[in-house]
Design a protein around this ligand. Structure first.
Ligand code: URA
Length: 216
């Protein structure tokens, strides 16, 4: 645990002045991620929004409040988990991440995963799901299904910000959080789900784009 904390801290100091892509020009703070360096459960979101950029912490705005409530619904809190994003700097106006930014930043996330070595990664929304599962499938077809990668369990779920635009989405998220709890309690022994057919892909991506518009 101490070892992971130290490693994560020195990784933070190594990268927090990153200028590898244009996003550093407008950022207030680099948002490394926060939580328990020895967490069994890690959440990966998309990118910092306005509040995150100001505070240097992930998920501290309205979507963060939803994430906190969902954690509380399974008797957990953010000190027990680790929360990070695909991008460490805020895209201007909260626009979607672009491929170059993701490709430039992804090695930071991969190294965080490497250090923390979580048993379960819960990807929040399209961008983190596609990156971690290395797929172009949309979130709609993947959400709630369990995958195994590099000895870890991956559970893609909707981004909490989706609830801000469609409050009825909260029930799906609440059920998916119960799923997370079940995986943690069972030592995450679950069969992987087959990936949806490529044919479902186009429809999923159309739905995803609707959900990603104007997030945060
Ligand atoms: N949305 C994200 O994906 N990440 C954050 O840190 C905040 C909102």
């Amino acid at each position: 645990m101490e070892d992971k904390r130290e490693k994560l801290k020195s990784f933070f100091y190594k990268i927090n002045d990153c200028r590898r892509c244009g996003l550093h020009e407008d950022r207030t703070r680099f948002v490394f991620g926060s939580g328990n360096a020895a967490a069994e459960l890690m959440f990966v979101g998309e990118a910092p929004g306005k509040n995150e950029d100001l505070q240097g912490l992930p998920f501290v705005g309205r979507a963060g409040k939803i994430l906190d409530d969902l954690l509380e619904s399974i008797s957990m809190n953010r000190k027990e988990v680790f929360i990070a994003n695909v991008l460490k700097c805020r895209p201007p106006g909260n626009r979607d991440p672009v491929t170059d930014e993701i490709n430039t930043c992804k090695e930071y996330l991969f190294e965080q995963i490497n250090i923390i070595n979580p048993k379960i990664i819960c990807t929040l929304g399209k961008y983190s799901t596609q990156l971690i599962l290395d797929t172009s499938h949309g979130i709609t077809g993947l959400r709630g299904k369990v995958f195994h990668r590099d000895g870890r369990t991956i559970l893609p779920i909707n981004h909490p910000a989706a609830v801000l635009y469609n409050p009825s989405r909260i029930e799906i998220l609440q059920n998916d959080f119960l799923r997370i709890k079940g995986l943690l309690d069972s030592g995450n022994k679950t069969e992987p789900s087959p990936v949806d057919k490529e044919n479902d892909d186009k429809e999923d991506n159309k739905n995803d784009d609707k959900e990603q518009l104007g997030l945060f």
